[in-house]
Write a protein that binds this ligand. Structure first.
Ligand SMILES: Cc1ncc(COP(=O)(O)O)c(C=O)c1O
Length: 383
């Protein structure tokens, strides 16, 4: 038999799959998986039920239902004063992951270089490589996971086509300051790059942190694909409904790929998410409080156990330094925890290509029920 494609020969099972398997095998509490272990809001599930019951059983238009594209357009205007036309500038995708993949495939030619800021969401590099591109990492440095402008400048070559930024940031929980985004924006304009701004955690903000879409910065709107997802905003990751917003010429390219990758995304859920987005202002305070309480509870628990780090201001992740607790690196410590302490985490070195900094942390996801977080802290006692 002929072999399968060379372009995927070096891919491995994702670290999330590996840790979840180990969690199951060891009957461990799972703070590795980056999603809630509880369901999204009842009111939105009820809307989805009604949408299924009242029709909407056939293919949606491939670029997304008019209702959802309109609702996305309206919220970008309301929250960020950014104008995207529902007809030509918003594309609904099967979660942000497909949005990223379709955007990368639409932008990157074989041999093109894409700058990724590490630690990164793991699908970026895989998508770049599937497009035949080359991912060049620039590291964010502890303790604030800061970008060093000189390192960014040093990474650029004549082949650099794009930079991918994630804000708020998985896995660190960092919410980028305006001044930091200005550095990225100036850099992208200076080198005339395309930009992906992965903003799936745009509403998972705490302590008054403010989200600045990169497309708002001077010279950025015309070059930026902004990607987000209902999965994060409504705590319904299984709905896999995301979107890519970009000016018409860029959106046209994304749509050319998207039409052949998924064609279209589930119709009734798009209809439901559209109504959800119209109610964001009412919903967000309760949503943010839910996650903020979890963050505070888990952070205090870790602190009491002797873990010391800064409180993350966004997302539902914490990058927790492990050096005071073990001489092992992240992978070995994560294996020890899942086997001996019945606690699954994610070793973040999987999110780095270059720097060894990831070896000094574990990523915990705190989007979990109170009893799950309590059990996790219990299992860590006496380390
Ligand atoms: C930074 C980041 N981008 C994209 C995604 C994917 O989102 P979706 O579930 O909508 O595909 C995730 C999911 O964990 C993420 O953390």
């Amino acid at each position: 038999m002929k072999p399968t494609a060379k372009r995927i020969a070096h891919f491995k099972d994702s670290i999330f799959g590996v840790m979840s398997r180990l969690a199951r095998e060891n009957n461990a509490v799972n703070l590795g998986q980056g999603f809630p272990d509880f369901d999204g809001p009842e009111w939105l599930k009820k809307i989805a039920q009604d949408k299924i019951q009242s029709g909407h059983g056939q293919y949606a238009p491939f670029m997304g239902t008019p209702s959802l594209r309109t609702a996305v357009s309206r919220y970008y205007q309301r929250f960020y004063q950014l104008s995207y036309h529902p007809e030509s500038e918003i594309t609904v995708t099967a979660g942000a992951t497909e949005g990223l993949f379709s955007t990368i495939l639409a932008s990157v030619d074989p041999g093109d270089v894409v700058i990724v800021l590490e630690p990164f969401y793991d699908s970026y590099v895989a998508s770049i490589e599937m497009a035949g591109g080359v991912a060049i990492p620039v590291s964010l440095h502890a303790p604030h996971f800061s970008l060093v402008e000189q390192e960014l400048q040093a990474a650029v070559t004549s082949k650099t086509k794009m930079i991918i930024v994630n804000n708020p940031h998985n896995p660190t929980g960092k919410v980028w300051e305006k001044s930091e985004l200005e550095v990225v924006a100036r850099f992208a304009v200076q080198h005339d790059l395309l930009v992906i701004s992965d903003e799936v955690y745009e509403f998972l903000l705490f302590d008054g942190a403010k989200h600045f879409p990169l497309a708002q910065f001077p010279g950025m709107y015309e070059r930026t694909f902004t990607i987000s997802s209902a999965g994060k905003t409504f705590g319904l990751t299984g709905w896999k409904t995301g979107w890519v917003c970009a000016p018409a010429p860029l959106s046209k390219a994304v749509r050319l790929v998207h039409q052949y990758v998924t064609f279209s995304v589930t119709t009734p859920l798009q209809e439901a998410v559209a109504e959800g987005l119209e109610r964001l202002e009412n919903y967000l305070p309760e949503f943010q409080k839910l996650y903020c309480d979890k963050r505070d509870y888990f952070y205090k628990g870790l602190k009491d156990l002797g873990f010391h780090f800064e409180l993350p201001r966004g997302t539902y992740f914490m990058m927790v330094p492990i050096s005071g607790k073990t001489a092992k690196n992240d992978v070995d410590f994560a294996l020890e925890l899942v086997e001996k302490r019945k606690l699954a985490t994610v070793p973040p070195s999987a999110f780095y290509l270059k720097s060894k900094e990831g070896g000094q942390y574990l990523r915990f996801c705190f989007a979990k029920k109170q009893e799950t977080l309590q059990a996790a802290l219990e299992n860590l006692k006496g380390l």
